[in-house]
Design a protein around this ligand. Structure first.
Ligand code: ATP
Ligand code: MG
Length: 594
């Protein structure tokens, strides 16, 4: 056997799944030629094979070195020059069967270790028992496609990390292009795209929503916000305590939302919402300008009489034009007209609301026509986002003011998640048609720790997806150049890591701490990866692999729902968003048409 051209050395030490291999002194060169191809021995990240009778155990080289020289050892020369490899064992092949993760048989002292040939690699990488999508080629064995398990990728979530320019966005595009290549006609992906990067790269396979676009404008209606979100956005309310102003604000929003159910209910009787089901948080439409006018009028009102029954009104204003009503100014002392009793308290809220309403940058939220709740409701918004012939929806946040990115990502994510969870078993939604959401530049709006400048709306919404999304058929991928800045809960829920070149040691440390033990030895590779080269590891891949990601052109269940199965089925006619939205508003499941 030792004349076998693949023979590399022998096992010297076994600690759990870590093996120290002594490289044979008889090895003719560090680059043996096997089957006409040069193999380089001792490349970090390369693989070795340990044949154990009927079983072949495979492992990855994580360290190369010479044996330590101990001064006290007399036979100095015997040790000097011993070259060793540290190998992390990953899995095994029994007979001619498929590669399996984990070990049933462990090597022991003096077992032979061999170089892995292309044939071995093909055995390992032949996808068996899962729905593969290709993301690139093996780094050291060009031409060998690297495929990942679509179901695990989506249901167990993933992270794509790497320093700026390392090829993250290209990796996202490559993954999505591979997904839309034909096998999954019902695939459904939403890309949160803060920099408007994907419209071009995903041309033909995506529908892009952009603020101010004539055809497909990005609109996030204010009336879909919860009371807390509205309070922060409109009047800079701090959530810690509830002032009398907050109570008045909450009561009025609750009231106008209750009024909205008359128009909303003019549809299917079985989806009817009842007054007692409405809260200040219900995503029911109301007029924000009327809300402003209501409070503004209360601030200005005066009365002709002491009993305060006849208003001293000179002229009604116009809510739509933000024009206040005019009243005769109050008299001095006890002279008419009279101010209301008790005196109004909402002036600061009224003026902050007016400021927001006048700020054109927020038109995509505050002027959400045609999504006024009557002409077009939330179900139409969600249908526009998701129910189109393209597999991918790009939400281009390019024009979103930075101070509301957190809020906008939070609201968009929450809308999608609520629809998917309340509609989990309805036609065309939830487990019937799973959804993958990609969060680009995630460190911007998903920071860990206490960040004074971020309210955490996005973080809370995205955490729910990473913690519970699996049950409702929602998966997430976070993409970031600063994994150390990312929220820990979200990162720790990622089952698959696509790690590109990562130069910063804090970021490397974060990834090392997050990936499983058997991969952490390979993290030292990260700073040396080429652009577009990634260490792919985790649940969606058989074995951690150095992968060259394809360069795209143009650039730029409590049991699991089966992503690949549902996505591979022909599309349903129309998804029942009306039932999902009604379900969300009622906060209870309703029977749809399915
Ligand atoms: N697989 C690849 N093969 C060859 N070149 C690549 C590959 N991936 C990326 N590149 C090159 O690197 C450039 C930067 O890639 P990309 O925009 O994907 O980086 P990024 O990690 O998203 O950076 P940022 O953090 O700044 O967004 C690309 O324009 C492309 O030229
Ligand atoms: Mg990028």
């Amino acid at each position: 056997m030792k004349t076998d051209p693949t023979y590399l050395g022998s096992v010297q030490r076994v600690v759990g799944a870590r093996v120290t291999v002594e490289i044979s002194a008889a090895l003719p060169s560090s680059s043996p030629i096997i089957n006409g191809r040069v193999h380089r021995v001792g490349q970090i990240g390369s693989m070795v094979r340990v044949p154990l009778g009927f079983v072949d155990v495979f492992g990855i080289v994580s360290m190369v070195g010479a044996a330590p020289i101990d001064e006290d050892v007399e036979e100095f020369h015997a040790i000097k020059g011993k070259k060793t490899l540290e190998v992390q064992l990953m899995g095994e092949v029994v007979g001619t069967g498929p590669f399996q993760r984990g070990l049933t048989t462990y090597p022991t002292l003096d077992d032979e270790v061999h170089v892995v040939t292309d044939d071995d690699l093909r055995r390992i990488y032949t996808p068996t028992g899962f729905a593969p999508i290709e993301i690139g080629k093996h780094s050291t064995s060009q031409g060998l496609p690297i495929t990942i398990d679509l179901d695990k990728l989506v249901t167990r979530h993933a992270a794509i990390v790497g320093s700026t320019g390392s090829g993250k966005s290209n990796s996202v595009a490559a993954l999505l292009k591979s997904l839309t290549a034909g096998a999954y006609p019902s695939a459904q992906v939403v890309v949160i795209d803060p920099h408007g990067e994907y419209g071009q790269a995903l041309q033909g396979v995506s529908k892009v929503f952009r603020i101010g676009d004539d055809q497909t404008p990005l609109v996030v209606p204010y009336w879909a916000l919860s009371f807390d979100e509205l309070g922060w956005f409109l009047v800079d309310r701090k959530t810690a305590s509830e002032t009398p102003q907050d109570s008045a604000f909450r009561d009025r929003i609750h009231e106008v939302r209750r009024e909205a159910i008359q128009t909303i209910n003019a549809g299917r009787p079985e989806l009817e919402i009842f007054e007692q089901e409405v809260t200040a948080d219900s995503p029911l439409p109301f007029s924000i300008r009327q809300l402003w006018y209501y409070f503004d009028r209360k601030e200005r009102i005066t009365y002709n009489d002491n009993t305060r029954t006849t208003e001293a009104l000179e002229q009604e204003g116009n809510a739509e034009l933000l024009r206040p009503a005019r009243f005769t100014p109050a008299g001095l002392g006890s002279a008419a007209p009279f101010k209301p009793q008790p005196p109004p308290i909402m002036m600061s809220y009224v003026s902050r609301m007016a400021n927001r309403l006048r700020d054109r940058r927020f038109d995509f939220m505050l002027n959400p026509s045609p999504y006024d709740g009557t002409t077009r409701d939330l179900k139409d918004l969600v249908a526009d986002w998701l129910d189109h012939p393209k597999a991918i929806t790009v939400l281009d946040l390019g024009g979103v003011p930075a101070e509301v990115t957190d809020l906008v990502v939070g609201v968009v994510t929450r809308i999608l998640f609520e629809v998917m969870s309340w509609g989990r078993d309805l036609k065309g939604i939830g487990r019937q048609r799973p959804l993958l959401i990609v969060f680009e530049e995630a460190h911007q709006y998903l920071p860990g720790g206490d960040n004074r400048f971020i309210q955490g709306y996005a973080r809370r919404a995205v955490q729910r997806i990473f913690k519970e999304g699996r049950k409702y058929g929602v998966g997430g991928i976070v993409v970031s150049q600063r994994p150390s800045d990312l929220d820990e809960t979200i990162l720790s829920q990622c089952g698959t890591f696509i790690s590109l070149r990562l130069t910063n040691s804090t970021d490397q440390g974060r990834i090392r701490a997050t990936v499983p033990d058997e991969v952490s030895g390979l993290i030292d590779l990260l700073p040396t990866l080429r652009t577009g080269e990634a260490l792919v590891s985790g649940e969606a891949i058989q074995i951690p692999s150095r992968t060259v990601v394809d360069l795209v052109d143009p650039r730029p269940k409590s049991d699991d729902p089966s992503i690949s199965e549902t996505w591979a089925r022909p599309r349903e006619d129309a998804a029942d968003y009306a039932a999902a939205i009604a379900s969300w508003r009622k906060q209870s499941p309703v029977d749809g048409e399915a």
